[in-house]
Ligand binder design. Structure first.
Ligand SMILES: [Zn+2]
Ligand SMILES: [Zn+2]
Length: 355
């Protein structure tokens, strides 16, 4: 089968799904009208639908809400039956109607004609402006309620950090803009095989690192916030060893601990035998501020060709790791972005030869 035929078949089948969904809503509407659940001894129509269709109460309520609204929306109903509008667009119309049902009744057929064939985001825009005109106060209240619903959860589960949240449109746009700037495909080199989702994850990490490294975050108990890696001499040498961990996320691989310990912007607590602390923090093997500045001037940014990552987000990488006797000197340091720093430590990317 040709791909085009495959897609044609999909479009046709999808049309059937939409038309069947429209028929289901008609039937639910009829059940609402005649109080059908009582005839069959159910407490409510929701429990009837849950029981007989095997759907959740939320989905059942959504169907009833749509079916009930459609009773008062003749033009929308016809468009749905003809397959001119699909359910997502009808849901937006139903929400718009809730802003001002009387005005909606006047404008309904015009709105249906306008949004027919428009992409979803454009439909949202058209109906958003209509709602503003229909009831500005309600729009202001809705905006406030969206803002109240903002959330962010950060939890450590099974060695991964899970982020889960929702942002109001204004905050969300700020985040989208910042992430888009850091994930712009035009700035990627040809060897970048990260997925878009991986690039977004890296971009968020880069943004946070930038703030940690620049010390512009508020202090906690009079200390500047900083990432602390706890590692043993064995871990520092790349072998299995205890401890080898971070404060909140727990045990990490020795290679990761070595990578973190390479640059001085992460505080290290190195433990020898008998839990004796051998080295804390930035007192030794620190890249001094003046040397870092000189590196920034010399390397301008990540030294991997084609990378172009800005220097303020680069690590000072020890070409020979200080744990292996490499000096913290001008000749033994290069700037690498976080991604290339990781790849170099993993041996997947080689440093360019110096002249
Ligand atoms: Zn390094
Ligand atoms: Zn780089």
């Amino acid at each position: 089968m040709f791909t085009a035929d495959l897609v044609d078949l999909l479009v046709e089948r999808h049309r059937v799904v939409v038309s069947v969904e429209a028929q289901c809503l008609e039937l639910v509407g009829e059940l609402v009208r005649r109080g059908g659940h009582e005839d069959l001894g159910y407490r409510s129509l929701v429990s009837l639908l849950c029981d007989r269709l095997g759907i959740s109460a939320g989905v059942a309520r959504g169907m009833i809400r749509l079916a009930t609204a459609l009773e008062e929306m003749p033009a929308t109903r016809v468009a749905l039956q003809l397959g001119v509008l699909d359910l997502p667009r009808v849901r937006l119309l139903v929400s718009a109607r809730e802003a001002n049902p009387i005005l909606f009744a006047e404008h309904e057929s015009g709105l249906v004609d306008t949004i027919e064939g428009l992409a979803m985001d454009q439909v949202g825009r058209v109906l958003g402006y209509w709602c503003q005109q229909a009831d500005l106060d309600a729009c202001e209240r809705d905006a406030e309620s969206l803002r109240e619903q903002r959330r962010l959860f950060v939890s450590t589960v099974g060695g991964m950090v899970h982020l889960d949240g929702r942002l109001d449109p204004v905050s969300g746009q700020v985040v989208i803009t910042a992430l888009a700037a850091l994930t712009d495909a035009a700035n990627l080199d040809g060897d970048d095989h990260r997925s878009p989702a991986q690039r977004r994850a890296d971009a968020l990490t880069d943004l946070c690192r930038g703030h940690l490294d620049h010390g512009d975050l508020p202090t906690q108990r009079t200390e500047r916030p900083h990432v602390v890696v706890h590692l043993s001499l064995e871990a520092l040498e790349g072998r299995a060893g205890h401890p080898c961990e971070l404060d909140d996320t727990g045990v990490i691989a020795p290679s990761q601990a070595r990578l973190l310990a390479c640059d001085a912007r992460v505080t290290r607590v190195i433990t020898g035998s008998g839990s004796q602390v051998l080295d804390v923090g930035r007192t030794t093997r620190v890249v001094p501020a003046a040397m870092r500045l000189a590196l920034m001037v010399r390397d301008r940014g990540c030294v991997i060709p084609g990378c172009g990552a800005p220097r303020r987000w680069c690590d000072a990488h020890h070409i020979v790791h200080w744990a292996d006797g490499g000096p913290t000197s001008w000749a033994n340091l290069v700037l690498l972005c976080a991604r290339h720093h990781t790849l170099v430590h993993e041996g997947k990317v080689r440093l360019p030869q110096r002249e």
